[in-house]
Design a protein around this ligand. Structure first.
Ligand SMILES: Cc1ncc(COP(=O)(O)O)c(C=O)c1O
Length: 397
């Protein structure tokens, strides 16, 4: 991923700034920190990048999901509509909130479909947790209008699509609150870390307080602060903020390079008329961190995947491998929790064991994904495109 590829002097410098002050905590200790406030600086620059009014740096993307749910008032017994294609973190966050994940169908954007959302709505539905999956977006206009029509809160988890946009507006700027991750496998990384963003002053006030045990962060004497609400610890450290700040400043370059490289791969795939690209509602807004495409059927997809393996082309066939599709979530289906989750004590919860999302299954059976690197040289890109061409020729003959 771009962040790990481009890790260098700039990250080290930001971290050293913090280490020199010795203040690794993001709040207080004003006189000792020599004006070094990495979390605050990151939040200012991240909000500017997104075009959002506020953002708040926190411990992880999972923390950002939990924080978004909490700030939006989602708790015991509320239903939250979620997709079956995502890393499972947002679904775990819904469970931890005491809420009920309700699975809905995706479409060829690979994100929740507006039709799927509408079908999954019940009288208990409170929110839609839209994951902007692997670089690009859902059908935003229609999703927003379904949420509006049914008075649902929209939370956007844009962790896998940071840097993407829809009609000129950055992803992570559409719902009431959005979540991002800076773990090791994200476009920008601090090893661990996350953030929420919002345009709502009240939600922001809740976010910084809730993620720090309800501290109001007024004044500069931590012990004297008030605690208007109960909270939790989702704080990120100054060290993580320092790293992700340096990474954020490289993000426009990463996106530019990724788009160029994605274009080169797309050009090869276009030589094969049986291949179709994932539907991207605004192609100019694809962050191009990945390239997702469809083979005509599952048999051909498996063949292509096997040929890619043979040629050494890195690719994911999520339907069968890896961990991002519901078929691999045995622990969720069997509710293997080490303690009693609220959902385990509720009536009328969805039958997770026999989860039925046939439309999503059909889409995923045909889906292949490759990752785009930023540091590919022209020569490496040429070798890769040649390998892809050869693998596809073999698999599709
Ligand atoms: C969509 C999504 N949300 C949340 C997370 C969780 O992020 P973290 O690992 O920082 O907790 C991930 C991680 O892969 C993710 O893909």
């Amino acid at each position: 991923m771009a962040g790990t590829e481009l890790f260098g002097y700039e990250e080290r410098k930001e971290v050293l700034d913090v280490l020199e002050t010795g203040i690794l905590f993001r709040y207080n200790h004003d006189s000792q920190r020599n004006g070094v406030w990495k979390a605050k600086t990151f939040e200012q620059e991240f909000s500017d990048y997104l075009g959002a009014k506020h953002s708040h740096f926190c411990a992880s993307g999972t923390a950002a999901d939990s924080l978004s749910l909490a700030c939006c008032g989602i708790g015991y017994g509320d239903e939250v509509i979620v997709p079956p294609y995502t890393f499972i973190a947002p679904i775990e966050a819904v469970l931890m909130a005491g809420a009920i994940p309700v699975f809905a169908e995706i479409d060829e954007t690979l994100c929740l479909s507006p039709e799927g959302i509408e079908k999954a709505i019940t009288s208990r539905t409170k929110a839609v947790l839209l994951i902007q999956v692997f670089g690009s977006m859902g059908r935003m206009d229609e999703i927003l209008s379904v949420c509006k029509k049914h008075n649902l809160i929209l939370i956007e988890d844009a962790a896998p699509a940071l840097g993407g946009s829809y009609k000129g507006k950055m992803l992570g700027n559409f719902g009431q609150m959005s979540a991002f991750s800076f773990d090791f496998y994200k476009i920008i990384t601090a090893g661990e870390g996350g953030a929420v963003a919002t345009n709502d002053d009240e939600l922001y006030e809740k976010a910084h307080k809730y993620s720090d045990h309800g501290h109001d962060h007024i004044g500069n004497a931590r012990g004297a602060e008030q605690h208007p609400i109960l909270g939790y610890n989702f704080r990120g450290s100054e060290l993580g903020a320092a790293v992700v700040l340096a990474q954020l400043r490289k993000l426009p370059y990463m996106i530019e390079k990724q788009r160029l490289h994605q274009k080169a791969l797309k050009k090869v795939l276009l030589e094969f008329p049986e291949i179709r690209f994932r539907f991207v509602p605004d192609e100019d807004g694809d962050s191009a961190t990945f390239l997702s495409f469809f083979l005509p059927d599952s048999e051909k997809a498996v063949k292509v995947f096997d040929q890619f393996q043979k040629e050494g082309v890195s690719a994911s066939y999520w339907y069968r491998n890896n961990f991002h599709f519901h078929r691999q979530w045995g622990h969720l289906k069997e509710m293997k929790s080490i303690y009693n989750l609220p959902v385990m004590k509720m009536n009328n919860i969805p039958d997770y064991r026999n989860m039925e999302v046939p439309h999503s299954d059909a889409i995923m059976q045909k889906l292949m994904m490759t990752q785009i690197m930023v540091t590919w040289s022209e020569e490496e890109l040429n070798i890769l495109t040649e390998k892809i061409r050869s693998a596809l020729k073999n698999a599709l003959k």
